[in-house]
Unconditional design. Structure first.
Length: 92
């Protein structure tokens, strides 16, 4: 899978709530409580398994989830990252 150019990345980010962080995109959610954060994380895990593309997941505080997407095998951002981000956004 080919790395996206900076212009392609910026164009894709213009329409979503994800932010660029170097060679990755991140987004954070604040959920109702810890149980909701874990349920959301499990839903993300199901999508990630279906896509065979796995984000870095951080549950912090008692109700916050931060996801980081990058195609590690390619060393940066690819269409797969944005495809999974789009599927995750439907959950929230």
């Amino acid at each position: 899978m080919a790395l996206l150019s900076n212009a392609e990345i910026e164009s894709r980010l213009a329409a979503v709530a994800w932010l660029r962080d170097g060679d990755a995109i991140t987004r954070e959610w604040t959920l109702a409580d810890f149980s909701a954060a874990v349920r959301f994380t499990n839903e993300v895990a199901d999508l990630a398994e279906q896509a065979n593309h796995h984000p870095d997941v951080l549950i912090h505080g008692w109700n916050k989830v931060r996801l980081t997407l990058s195609t590690h095998s390619e060393g940066g951002l690819t269409a797969a990252d944005f495809a999974l981000a789009e599927r995750i956004d439907v959950l929230s």
